[in-house]
Design a protein around this ligand. Structure first.
Ligand SMILES: NC(=O)c1ccc[n+]([C@@H]2O[C@H](COP(=O)([O-])OP(=O)(O)OC[C@H]3O[C@@H](n4cnc5c(N)ncnc54)[C@H](OP(=O)(O)O)[C@@H]3O)[C@@H](O)[C@H]2O)c1
Length: 303
């Protein structure tokens, strides 16, 4: 019997209950579906305490991390398919790893594979002070790109500058399309990384250069309105809606993606902001504080 956060009904943070649960023994490639009650969470770091029969390559005592299905990481213990976890190098603090694994792997596939950022490129990153946005700016700057970021407030603009943005647009005060046009002398950017969605999508297309790349990877403000294919024609634009899962479809891709993230943390290119830790039992409070915008940076839940 272990303790886990359990959800018996849908609702706000108050539905996250700290309870005893029976996890069971690891079997062959088993996963559990998320029925009610379920244990939320799809990202964690921890120590291997038991392995299934015949498993090679992982042993008790290994430090590992994962960011994917199956759900259930809000627990003291969890059974995971061994091929979903990646080993943590000794150089990385497990709390930093827990805070960065999903966002870092997202930044890796977006910058290195979805569109390959190279020195000389000019890129636009929306929500540049958000979790993924901050890492995109840090990493793209290190890759030699000129980074333009959009943020909502002056405080976030300071952070985005700190994270390597060469130009920061405070979009509530300035029209980001006109500013990008000015900054690029009318040429437009090579790529837009747009996680905001509905509010920014059309403007993002307008910021692209001829044959530019529109990477729409999230929708914090809502799903973008449908775009007719003909809207891409005047500049022969590329448009993609990528997901991390399709960029870590096999073991080699997963290990390479996570490995690059950890290497960039070790070299100081990627800097995590773990501003809050809560006991796992207080996950409901952590969610409530997150929702009411009392927190900044990453929150890590400690079992
Ligand atoms: N495709 C993938 O594989 C993948 C992987 C990971 C994450 N994502 C997506 O990427 C997005 C960003 O994730 P994140 O972890 O970086 O999130 P985050 O830290 O919460 O940042 C989101 C930012 O979006 C901006 N924003 C603009 N309009 C907003 C609105 N109406 N409501 C809330 N925020 C709004 C805010 O920045 P300002 O205040 O500066 O506007 C906010 O800080 C999410 O949509 C997530 O689902 C996609």
């Amino acid at each position: 019997m272990v303790k886990a956060i359990r959800v018996h009904e849908l609702g706000g943070p108050e539905v996250l209950k700290w309870e005893d649960v029976e996890i069971g023994e690891p079997g062959d490639g088993e996963i559990r579906a998320a029925t009610m009650p379920f244990t939320p969470g799809m990202e964690a770091v921890g120590e291997v305490i038991a392995v299934g029969p015949g498993l090679t390559g992982r042993k008790v005592g290994d430090l590992v991390g994962y960011a994917d299905n199956p759900m259930g990481s809000y627990a003291e213990e969890q059974i995971l398919p061994a091929n979903k976890v990646v080993p943590l190098p000794p150089s990385i603090d497990p709390i930093v790893a827990a805070s960065i694994i999903l966002k870092g792997m997202t930044a890796q596939f977006l910058l290195r594979r979805c569109f390959k950022v190279e020195p000389g490129h000019t890129i636009l990153v929306h929500a540049a002070a958000g979790g993924v946005g901050a890492l995109l700016c840090q990493w793209a700057n290190a890759l030699g790109a000129t980074v333009i970021g959009t943020v909502s407030t002056k405080e976030k603009a300071v952070q985005a500058k700190d994270d390597g943005c060469h130009h920061v647009i405070t979009y509530k005060e300035e029209d980001f399309v006109s500013r990008v046009n000015e900054i690029t002398s009318g040429k437009g950017v090579d790529v837009v990384y747009d996680s905001v969605g509905k509010d920014t999508f059309q403007g993002s297309l307008a910021c692209l250069k001829i044959r530019g790349y529109m990477v729409s990877f999230g929708q914090s403000s809502g799903t973008p309105d449908p775009v007719p294919l003909s809207a891409l024609a005047p500049k022969s634009l590329f448009l993609t809606r990528p997901s991390l899962m399709q960029y870590t479809t096999n073991r080699d891709e997963l290990l390479e993606t996570a490995g690059e993230v950890f290497a960039n943390v070790a070299s100081g290119v990627l800097r995590a902001r773990v501003n809050h830790t809560y006991p796992l039992s207080q996950a409901a409070q952590a969610h409530a504080d997150l929702e009411s915008r009392k927190t900044s940076g990453s929150i890590v839940l400690l079992p």
